[in-house]
Design a protein. Structure first.
Length: 114
């Protein structure tokens, strides 16, 4: 499975951004799809995941401003981010898997200026 994340960029505080991650190589409709992020000098943090049936799960600290969704027909997972803050600056990664995250994308940079 290859994962290609896109949608990152430089935005201002308060802006919104939607990230996309398209999977290819095999069907992932029965996989869990997730988003993570890694800020400079910090560990990679879990943001959210979504099951094959569309049920989402969020890290407590990410609830409210982040919304995960998926389109199984397009093998794509999305992350809608609102009210972005400079602290959201990070490389955002998507990952998919069955019982664990076996496949990872290369990440897309999100930079939020104050």
């Amino acid at each position: 499975v290859q994962l290609q994340a896109s949608g990152g960029g430089l935005v201002q505080a308060g802006d919104s951004l939607r990230l996309s991650c398209a999977a290819s190589g095999r069907t992932v409709s029965n996989y869990v799809m997730g988003w993570f992020r890694q800020a400079p000098g910090k560990e990679r943090d879990f943001i959210a995941s979504i099951r094959s049936d569309g049920i989402p799960y969020y890290a407590d600290s990410m609830k409210g401003r982040f919304t995960i969704s998926r389109d199984n027909a397009k093998s794509t997972v999305y992350l809608q981010m609102t009210s972005l803050e400079p602290e959201d600056t990070a490389v955002y990664y998507c990952a998919v898997g069955l019982s664990s995250y076996n496949y990872w994308g290369h990440g897309t940079q999100v930079t939020v200026s104050s």
